[in-house]
Write a protein that binds this ligand. Structure first.
Ligand code: HEC
Length: 189
């Protein structure tokens, strides 16, 4: 029993070391890019909410979120998007890796890990070669509830705007502390 544990422990360590040199830079770059995106979008969202209330700020999420991500993608050469199993943007559906990442991040959050640092990465084999993957948990904060909280608590304007712009919206009913989705980064190796 003890021996097996030791062996698998060293196997894990070795596996960890083997992949570190390849991905360490990418992990650092992904963290930096994700942090920057969250800060930029958060700042614009806050400003729009203060200026015109949450119904006005919906436009920031709709227009600016994909643009900010596209700008960062162009700068870094990485594919960047936000996804959620309860997606609002019809294109925000997670793939298999993202769903697994989300499940694992949810477990870690439940086990007490800090939301700010909740991320994970990996390298997956695809028919087109190896791909670096990264996911950062986007945890629901009180301000997010204006647009992602329980439907009965949304303002009538927010409800009406969401109904008009996102007829298939699944992204309500959240409470603070829940993972709303992930910021997902991909790069072919
Ligand atoms: C003013 C309303 C508003 C607020 C506040 C808001 N969101 Fe959103 N959120 C949206 C809209 C609108 C979309 C769809 C954007 C699009 O079309 O790409 C969205 C999409 C998302 C997505 C992409 C997945 C999906 O469902 O399409 C995530 C993740 C997300 N929001 C997380 C958050 C988090 C975390 C907060 C708080 C820090 C937050 N949002 C605050 C309106 C809002």
């Amino acid at each position: 029993m003890k021996r097996t544990f030791k062996l698998s422990f060293f196997a894990l360590l070795l596996a960890g070391c083997a992949s570190t040199p390849d991905t360490a830079n990418l992990v650092a770059e992904s963290r930096q890019t994700a942090g920057g995106l969250i800060q930029t979008l958060g700042g614009e969202l806050k400003a729009a909410m203060t200026a015109g209330g949450p119904a006005q700020a919906i436009g920031v999420c709709k227009e600016r979120a994909p643009k900010i991500a596209a700008e960062a993608a162009q700068r870094t050469g990485m594919q960047i998007k936000r996804v959620s199993p309860n997606n609002r943007n019809p294109k925000g559906v997670p793939d298999a890796w993202e769903n697994e990442a989300l499940a694992s991040l949810e477990k870690r959050l439940a086990a007490g890990e800090k939301p700010e640092t909740l991320d994970l990465h990996g390298v997956v084999n695809t028919p087109d070669g190896k791909v670096f993957r990264y996911a950062k948990a986007l945890v629901t904060q009180p301000a997010c509830l204006n647009c992602h909280g329980a439907t009965e608590k949304l303002s009538p304007e927010v409800k009406a705007t969401l109904a008009a712009e996102y007829p298939n919206d699944k992204a309500t009913g959240y409470s603070a502390g829940m993972i709303r989705g992930v910021l997902s980064i991909k790069k072919a190796l």
